[in-house]
Design a protein around this ligand. Structure first.
Ligand code: ADP
Ligand code: F6P
Length: 319
């Protein structure tokens, strides 16, 4: 393959810029032409792309977000719209595509290969860590550390005031951000969509801990695990203790990628280009037991990788 393109799509994540840089520099190393597509599939269907050189990605490795920009493009589910993307790729003579994004982005990539035979390599870029085939997605580690920073700050003020707090974090239907941040931040309760929880039990336990002199408690709520205000109100009603609610929001999606995510970006980006160079079949790259792996798009969400042991440890250590 001589000419390829790269795009970022769906929610941005820390490390996307470092990954684009890796894709660009690997492609140039192999004397391939590399194009950057703007705003994910939204830009692709309009043919918004331009040639990238080694300097296009200078001073990018440490920046959060994505300089190619990203977008949600619901109309891309339509086969007729996907045809516009295929036409744009062929107008520019693009033979292969690197798509950096989450499960939605991979569904779009799968459609491009299944419906039109476009060669696409997917790189998992999302803070949610919600793809079952890979141990980690790009940006997850940085996001968790950003949440940890927020937990530390909350601990200070909640402890000073003898308060109970609830921090809602992102993750869509996946509880990994909540679980990893909760266990490393020492939260008393971690509520995730993967494991049922009992609010009556939590309210009773908070009340009991108050009576034995533990006056500050932290609940980490994954966004997919319930409504933060309703949960706080219910606990107050049952325990008589009020719960201060914080929604951490988009702050956790930005920021400079940490070492883990920069390393992942380099390894994923390099592998994706190597696959295209060797005319490999379309697939997603991932990481399993610290080895870079490839998996067909049809298998990226097979099974669940939610770590029940880690959840159990979080529970035991919070007592
Ligand atoms: P993420 O990739 O982070 O999961 P989204 O779910 O928003 O984010 O998906 C990114 C984009 O992928 C969507 O805006 C849309 O263009 C495309 N996409 C999502 N689902 C599908 C689908 N079922 N078929 C084709 N394209 C899809
Ligand atoms: O997929 C990343 C993510 O930040 C999720 O955690 C969250 O549910 C969603 O995107 C928010 O999407 P938007 O940016 O469209 O509000």
């Amino acid at each position: 393959m001589k000419r390829i393109a790269v795009l970022t799509s769906g929610g941005d994540s820390p490390g996307m810029n470092a990954c684009i840089r890796a894709v660009v520099r690997t492609a140039l190393n192999y004397n391939m032409d590399i194009y950057g597509i703007e705003r994910g599939y939204a830009g692709l269907i309009k043919g918004e792309m331009s040639r990238l050189g080694t300097r296009s990605v200078s001073d990018m490795i440490h920046k959060g977000g994505t300089f190619l920009k990203t977008a949600r493009c619901p109309e891309f589910k339509d086969k007729e719209v996907q045809k516009d993307a295929v036409e744009a790729l062929s107008a520019y003579g693009i033979e292969g595509l690197v798509a950096i994004g989450g499960d939605g982005t991979f569904r779009g990539a799968k459609d491009l290969c299944d419906n039109f035979g476009v060669r696409v390599i997917g790189i998992p870029g999302t803070i949610d860590n919600d793809l079952a085939y890979t141990d980690y997605t790009l940006g997850f580690d940085t996001a968790v550390n950003t949440v940890l920073w927020a937990i530390n700050n909350l601990r200070d003020t909640m402890h000073s005031h003898d308060r109970v707090c609830l921090l809602e974090v992102m993750g869509r239907e996946c509880g990994d951000i909540a679980l990893y941040a909760g266990i490393s931040g020492g939260a008393e309760y971690v509520l995730v969509p993967e494991i049922p929880y009992d609010l009556d039990q939590i309210a009773a336990s908070i009340k009991k801990s108050y009576l034995r002199g533990k006056t500050s408690n932290m609940i980490i709520l994954a966004e997919g695990a319930g409504n933060r205000d309703e949960i706080a109100a219910y606990i107050k009603e049952k325990s008589g203790i009020s719960v201060k609610v914080t929604n951490f929001g988009y702050i956790q999606r930005g920021g400079s990628p940490n070492m883990q995510d920069r390393l992942l970006a380099a390894r994923f980006g390099y592998k994706a280009v190597e696959l295209l160079l060797n005319d490999a079949e379309s697939c997603a790259v991932g990481i399993k037991n610290n080895k870079i792996i490839t998996v067909p798009f049809s298998e990226v969400n097979v099974g669940s990788k939610f770590d029940k042991d880690l959840y159990e440890i979080a529970h035991i250590l919070s007592l």
